[in-house]
Design a protein around this ligand. Structure first.
Ligand code: HGY
Ligand code: MN
Ligand code: MN
Length: 416
């Protein structure tokens, strides 16, 4: 298909300025961001994004999960919109670009279309999905999961953070409970631009990642019940040591993951000890095992192996063991017609590109359940992400945004 304009490019400087402006909100302690979902910082970032969207002539809609949809009208009012976006919430020690690049590059695409006086057949909707990270309220991609009909609104509203605050209460507190029914919007397609969060593109000197698949995931929350006891006076043989059970389960996760190589990952990012006192053996230990692979059979085999091994370990130590699957999605395959379009756009713009599987989960995983979807990656320094030192170059950011612009224009259909 003929390109809408061989040399159409975004304004890379304006995109970078917006990224740096947003990065001032919810600063971290080491140069990154702590703008966790439904915090006051998230609220501030949402308002800045809303102001920018209105200044670009878009109208804002918000659904009952707090996801934001800024619409640029199309010439055909009956045409389903092309959705383009990602997320503005960050990890507690997050970077400036994870998610934010996709939302602000989508805004830059609209700003560029406005500058160039381009009209499209389909409306274009710039999207900020609520709670993509799942750092404060598990699971990740919560709002897009409700949108796709995979998670109920009630379940989502009931999710609690470590302080016992619920998603529903916190969304109400910051004033972002939208009127729209979650999932009522119908999509023509969904396109998401994101940093790779892995080392491949930078190591190979490639400008653009054409994301064909996303690996599947299980988040298994283990609750181990031991017995609070004095770390000094309790004989070793009398201990009901939930902490020791946790350590052995961590080793089992590592061993089972390594036994399922290549292309499988497993680990634990969050543990809570109760009572968490230096001289008390923990009566309760809660942690979430995160396992991922692109092979669905392997994914379920890893889960079964870890659960069986955890039960054996706890039985041996006399520790109680409960496990709940708090997050899951099957491996995702993106729409071939859209991945081909991304490849063509990169080719035409003179950017090097390669197909790639996403190691991280994204809202596009759930969008792909309800509409043809695709993702575009740019490199990131050292493949580092979920770390305040996350870094990309302005050139990398702009190159991916150029490809996003062309992919959106070809999908939304330029009207002369
Ligand atoms: O967990 C993930 O893959 C994403 O960063 N939420
Ligand atoms: Mn992300
Ligand atoms: Mn992330």
């Amino acid at each position: 298909m003929a390109a809408p304009g061989e040399n159409l490019r975004v304004d890379g400087l304006r995109l970078w300025d917006s990224l740096m402006e947003m990065a001032k909100i919810g600063p971290g302690i080491a140069g990154g961001n702590n703008r966790q979902t439904l915090t006051d910082a998230d609220n501030q970032g949402r308002h800045l994004f809303q102001d920018w969207c209105k200044a670009a002539g878009m109208t804002m809609g918000v659904d009952a999960m707090g996801t934001m949809f800024a619409t640029r009208p199309g010439e055909d009012p009956d045409a389903l919109p092309v959705y383009v976006g990602s997320h503005l919430d960050t990890q507690p020690t997050g970077g400036k670009f994870d998610g934010v690049l996709g939302v602000l590059a989508a805004l830059e695409v609209v700003r560029s279309m406005n500058d160039l006086g381009i009209k499209t057949k389909h409306p274009v909707v710039v999207t900020n999905w609520a709670n993509e990270e799942g750092a404060r309220f598990a699971p990740a991609m919560l709002a897009s999961g409700v949108f796709a009909g995979e998670i109920s609104l009630d379940h989502a509203y009931s999710r609690t953070d470590l302080d016992g605050k619920t998603y529903g209460d916190e969304l109400k507190r910051i004033g972002w409970v939208g009127e729209e029914t979650v999932g009522a919007r119908k999509m023509h397609s969904y396109i998401e631009y994101h940093i790779e969060q892995g080392p491949i593109l930078e190591a190979e000197g490639i400008d653009i990642g054409v994301v064909t698949h996303v690996q599947g995931l299980w988040w298994l929350e283990f609750t181990l019940t031991g017995r609070d006891a004095h770390t000094g006076s309790t004989p070793m043989a009398l201990r009901v040591n939930a902490g020791l059970a946790m350590a052995r389960i961590f080793e089992a996760v590592q061993a089972i993951t390594m036994a399922h190589q290549p292309n499988a990952v497993g680990g634990v990012g969050q543990v809570t000890f109760a009572p968490n006192s230096r001289n008390v053996l923990p009566g309760k230990v809660v942690f979430t095992v995160d396992i991922r692979t692109v092979d669905p059979v392997k994914l379920d085999r890893m889960r079964a192996g870890i659960e069986a091994e955890a039960a054996r370990i706890c039985d041996e130590l006399g520790v109680g063991c409960a496990v709940e699957a708090v997050g899951h999605f099957e491996p995702v395959t993106f729409a071939p017609e859209l991945t081909a379009r991304v490849r063509d756009a990169a080719e035409r713009l003179g950017y090097s590109h390669r197909d790639i599987v996403s190691g991280a989960g994204h809202d596009a995983c759930w969008a792909a359940q309800v509409a043809p979807s695709v993702m575009i990656f740019c490199p990131c320094v050292g493949g580092l992400s979920h770390n305040e030192a996350e870094e990309i170059s302005p050139e990398w950011a702009a190159a991916g945004a150029d490809v996003l612009l062309h992919t959106v224009l070809e999908t939304a259909g330029v009207v002369a």
